[in-house]
Design a binder for this molecule. Structure first.
Ligand code: NAD
Ligand code: GLY
Length: 351
């Protein structure tokens, strides 16, 4: 078991990480409290019995699995059930599921009586390495992702790799997209990924790397909890292009698009002389190992135009966070015309 403590202006957050932490810590934190659990339909099917054994008197709200549940209507349903079940400020809300459950339950916790305690029990790889830590909560609204949200830290995160045993391969790949992103941000993770390139999908390896990713994210969040001084936006590496392609082309998972976005932005960084040599080749190798072939897109101009909505953009310039050397990144700012031209060249190179 490993423990990571985040000391933040808004209060401390503790992450327990490793095999067995669910059994050991979740009940301990919950002991004697009134508990309200938010989960989704898939997770409930798999772990409903475990949850009712562990938290026998808890009220459980099950939302349909999938991104479409991350909406204001479902948020109000959760708050309504919390009220009806007599939740108080000193009660405990538990988010038990992937990033969708974590984001909407986190938002509900931040709003209920102006703030109820929340414990995150992330059951996907993506939620363990990214969404459950750092306190970003949200729902989507009018087709815009995460547009209604708050910063609200979970008091406890319990990240147990036992949940990966039931996770479909495509969900592991989705989480690995973010893990490879951490590889581009953190030299230690980069070396570890390269050394273990043949066992990226093994549950044992994932159990180890989750801790490293959370440790990296915890340090970033401690330096820039509210995403204001430029440190936290490094966590968005590959996401500008990934999000634009995800919005325009759809179909694949968020993690796939993070990998695709990273690859295209890496080609841009290499072409501009920001990144290169064996390091750039190794990053490509890692991305390809997880993603397989990188799509060669048509209509790249229309897809690129969607990058103008990226939250990192300033003064009409599109912001890309790109790798430059082991554990180091740089921000590039481009006009839309420059960005389109760069992407067209990248497409040419991929053909
Ligand atoms: P998800 O919550 O939709 O989970 C993916 C699928 O896996 C779902 O079908 C779910 O039912 C299923 N599942 C969950 N745990 C399982 C298990 N142990 N075994 C089998 N199936 C299981 O998606 P996600 O990838 O976990 O999270 C994506 C969401 O996270 C997006 O909404 C994204 O915006 C958000 N996100 C938030 C942050 C943040 O900082 N708050 C960061 C990254 C992503
Ligand atoms: N997932 C990006 C962040 O937490 O800032």
């Amino acid at each position: 078991m490993k423990k990571i403590k985040l000391s933040l202006a808004s209060g401390d957050s503790v992450v327990y990480c490793g095999e067995g932490v669910f059994e050991e810590y979740s009940r301990k934190v919950a002991d004697g409290r009134q508990i309200f659990i938010v989960t989704d339909s898939n997770v409930n099917k798999l772990y409903g019995n475990l949850v009712s054994t562990c938290f026998c008197d808890a009220e459980v709200k099950v939302i349909p699995a999938g991104e479409r549940s991350k909406n204001p209507g479902k948020l109000l349903e959760i708050l309504d059930r919390m009220m009806k079940s007599g939740m108080r400020r000193d009660s405990l809300l538990i988010a038990f599921g992937g990033g969708v459950v974590g984001d909407i339950a986190g938002l509900a916790a931040s709003l209920y009586m102006r703030g109820a305690e929340i414990m995150q029990i992330p059951t996907t790889l993506l939620a363990q390495v990214d969404s459950s830590v750092g306190g970003k909560t949200a729902v989507d609204f009018k087709g815009v992702k995460n547009v209604i949200g708050t910063f609200y830290q979970p008091k406890t995160v319990v990240a147990d790799p036992m949940f990966f045993k039931t996770l479909p391969k495509k969900e592991i790949r989705c989480g690995l997209g973010e893990v490879v992103k951490y590889g581009a941000l953190d030299e230690y993770i980069y070396e570890k990924l390269l050394k273990n390139i043949s066992r990226l999908y093994s549950v044992d390896f994932l159990g180890e790397i989750v801790y490293d990713c959370i440790r990296h994210k915890a340090a970033v969040v401690q330096s820039d909890e509210r995403d204001v001084n430029g440190v936290r936006k490094t966590l968005n590496l590959g996401h500008t292009t990934g999000h634009a392609f995800e919005l325009f082309y759809g179909g694949a998972s968020h993690g796939d698009y993070v990998l695709i976005g990273m690859y295209y932005e890496l080609l841009i960084a290499v072409k501009r002389g920001i990144c290169g040599g064996q390091y750039a080749e190794n990053l490509k190798k890692l991305i390809l190992k997880v993603k397989g072939k990188i799509p060669v897109y048509e209509d790249i101009q229309k897809a690129a135009e969607l990058a103008v909505y990226d939250k990192k953009n300033e003064k009409g310039l599109i912001s890309l966070i790109v790798p430059c050397a082991e554990g180091k990144t740089e921000e590039i700012r481009l006009t839309l015309g420059e960005y389109i031209a760069e992407l067209e060249e990248a497409v040419g190179e991929l053909r």
